[in-house]
Design a binder for this molecule. Sequence first.
Ligand SMILES: Cc1cc2nc3c(=O)[nH]c(=O)nc-3n(C[C@H](O)[C@H](O)[C@H](O)COP(=O)(O)OP(=O)(O)OC[C@H]3O[C@@H](n4cnc5c(N)ncnc54)[C@H](O)[C@@H]3O)c2cc1C
Length: 432
Amino acid sequence: MAHIVVVGAGLGGTPAAYELRERLPKNHRVTLVNATDYFQFVPSNPWLAVGWRERAQITVPIGPCLARKDIGFVAKAVTQIDAGANRLTLDGGEALDYDYLVITTGPKLSFNEVPGAGPLSAGGGGFTHSVCSVDHAQAFFADYQTFLENPGPVVVGAMPGASCFGPAYEFAFILDTDLRRRKLRHKVPITYVTSEPYIGHLGLGGVGDSKSMLESEMRNRDMKWITNAKTTKVEEGKMFATQLDDLGNLYKEHELGFKISMMLPAFKGVDAVAAVPNLCNPRGFVLIDEFQRSKAYRNIFSAGVCVAIPPVEVTPVPTGTPKTGYMIESMVSAIAHNIADELAGKPAQAKGTWNAICLADMGDTGAAFVALPQIPPRNVNWFKKGKWVHLAKIAFEKYFLRKIRYGISEPVYEKYVLKALGIVRLVEKKQA
Ligand SMILES: Cc1cc2nc3c(=O)[nH]c(=O)nc-3n(C[C@H](O)[C@H](O)[C@H](O)COP(=O)(O)OP(=O)(O)OC[C@H]3O[C@@H](n4cnc5c(N)ncnc54)[C@H](O)[C@@H]3O)c2cc1C
């Protein structure tokens, strides 16, 4: 009998626990360990930040859902991983042994790389907000109430080294929509400040016509933008950014006044994972092979934001590659297949497709992109805008939360609809 421990009950880890339970014979144990006792649907945080969602609508107390599927749950942070001894230390000192470890701990939000940035509660300087967690989105909403009484300039964007740009665009457009509905938009100049070399780069070197479509959307919504921006410091109501040209030379220094700001930070690996000898790259992301297995430890697998992926291309201000939901699920499926095969005495051979699909809400409309594969040149490379994306995103939220509540690992929608679009989780063995 083997004990498989999954660390991190997010978009990757929770489906990983369900899929492992479904694939493995009952004599093997599956336990999910998470820093909190709830699952949060991160993609809905921008809606929470402007009051379009309540916290309870996008969080799920996860323990009872897992118990119904015979999956163990521990609501404690892992503070140490002893990969040699196959042992975790949990917050409070308790030990938990594993035979296989699946690391899905998501990002450490590295606010302190820019002095003054990020919520105080997350170790930041307190002058900008984030929507990376439900707590951060709620904190934005609290300050937004005061802002609405006396509105002024807003800065939204992504810091140097950020890899997750979709939500920064989403948030700018959602905020714009919310302010228009409140008839306050004319009092709020919005500037989008990003480390991307051009609008629509998205950490992916662009997808289809993302550059012209997102630029056009920003022009239509009266938003200004600064690209190649290296935000250097934030003070109360003021952001400092050095803009580089395409060769990486100084182009312009900016001092931007704001009343409220949301800037996505650079990501790193979480401390307990980053501290394991030989497991990670210098930023603490897990180094894995094509089977999602650690390059250093054969019984450790990893998926999601916490794995190391090289940037799609070098940019004047550093940017990373996003890891989107469906790509993460493809990694998770590969892990479940590989652990099941190993336990059955067969070699691990499943590889995730890592196809990037993203639905980005824009408040009243939305933009979707599909990049197959993620690294160009691509077989499928499209970016489309329409109200249907806004509706699809709402449907996706409902569908994913249902999947988490009821422990469904790959329901009909994915199996048939996405497959019909040529979007599958695993690389077919004959292509491998
Ligand atoms: C605001 C935002 C919006 C996004 N929107 C989309 C979208 O619309 N579509 C899309 O495809 N992608 C989106 N993404 C990208 C990506 O899908 C999400 O970031 C996703 O949540 C990543 O999943 P994950 O499992 O890697 O990490 P997470 O979902 O962040 O889960 C990590 C989990 O690990 C836990 N954890 C961390 N450290 C420890 C520890 N030491 N011990 C125990 N538990 C620990 C955390 O508590 C958390 O529950 C978005 C990202 C952000 C930030």
